[in-house]
Design a protein. Structure first.
Length: 312
């Protein structure tokens, strides 16, 4: 029996994923499962480029606004929630469409999530946990991981202390990076078919800069202020997202606004570059040049071929 097909629209920030996902959902009787590690948080709308209320009323969206900004949410939990959403959509006779740029979320769904088969060492784990509590502890641990396992350090944010610590633990116990450890075979219950959105780098960077300007005009600074005023800690994992972490010092009168805006643009460009690097490792991605007039037609034809199980 063939596996249910799940369409996926992935790519760097500001490359047109959301608009394409909406177009495909409307044309193919689809429903969208968010694949963005920031859009899961409530009250973080502008800085995450969250789907509009109009889009969400037109096409059902899942895994948006499911956590408060000070609540923890793991990749493992995402994989569990996304699988359930995909199954529910499929069972209703609709087409599940993953849309987003969080590569680790996609990998957890397509390849499974494993932190290695090495048993944990409680004493070592407690030591790493204690080190992470220091003001610069998370950054120090992440820098240490960069030195011994750059592959894992590239895909793990320094605030993902659980996985950073686990990667360090595996290395200290075995002398072999967790990224080089043999992973158990994983057979996904779904067949994922991935469309990648891309633009010429100069054009992508212009779109990123324009998006940041639009976010500021839409009230991003006030959004960050409202989060802080509601008691959300600047150290919360959600507040480390681009567009949020740069504006906190502005509100604390520690950094000029114009410099913070420039930082958001630069950090967003760097993030887009990392996203491209991540997704380009996957030979299964069917890339679309979103600057071409035929991009949407090509995407729809390709998606239909994926759903019909025909070659492209």
């Amino acid at each position: 029996m063939s596996k249910p097909t799940v369409l996926c629209v992935a790519g760097p920030t500001a490359s047109g994923k959301s608009a394409l996902g909406m177009a495909l959902a409307q044309a193919l009787h689809g429903e969208i499962v968010c694949m963005d590690s920031m859009q899961i948080y409530r009250r973080m709308d502008i800085g995450t480029a969250k789907p509009t209320a109009e889009d969400r009323s037109s096409v059902p969206h899942y895994l948006v606004d499911i956590r408060e900004p000070d609540e923890a949410y793991s990749v493992a939990q995402y994989a569990q929630d996304a699988k359930q959403a995909i199954l529910d959509i499929h069972n209703r006779g609709r087409v599940p469409i993953l849309v987003g740029g969080t590569g680790f979320y996609l990998r957890a769904l397509t390849h499974g999530l494993s932190l290695g088969n090495i048993p944990s060492d409680p004493q070592l784990r407690e030591r790493l946990k204690a080190e992470a509590q220091d003001p610069e502890g998370r950054r120090c641990l992440h820098n240490r991981l960069k030195a011994v396992d750059p592959v894992s350090a590239e895909r793990l944010h320094e605030n993902d202390i659980t996985r950073v610590s686990r990667a360090l633990e595996v290395y200290e116990l075995t002398g072999v990076p967790i990224s080089a450890q043999e992973q158990p075979a994983y057979d996904s219950p779904f067949a994922f078919r991935i469309l990648g959105t891309e633009l010429d780098r100069a054009a992508l960077y212009r779109r990123i800069d324009a998006r940041v300007d639009d976010m500021m005009a839409a009230g991003l600074l006030l959004e960050v202020k409202a989060l802080l005023d509601s008691g959300i800690s600047p150290q919360a994992q959600a507040m480390q997202g681009i567009g949020y972490k740069e504006l906190v010092p502005v509100l604390l009168d520690e950094y000029p606004l114009e410099a913070a805006i420039a930082d958001i643009k630069r950090n967003s460009r760097h993030y887009a570059k990392r996203q491209l690097t991540w997704f380009r490792r996957d030979d299964a991605v069917y890339w679309l040049d979103m600057a071409t007039p035929s991009a949407y037609t090509k995407a729809l034809d390709t998606a239909k071929a994926f759903l019909e199980g025909t070659d492209i």
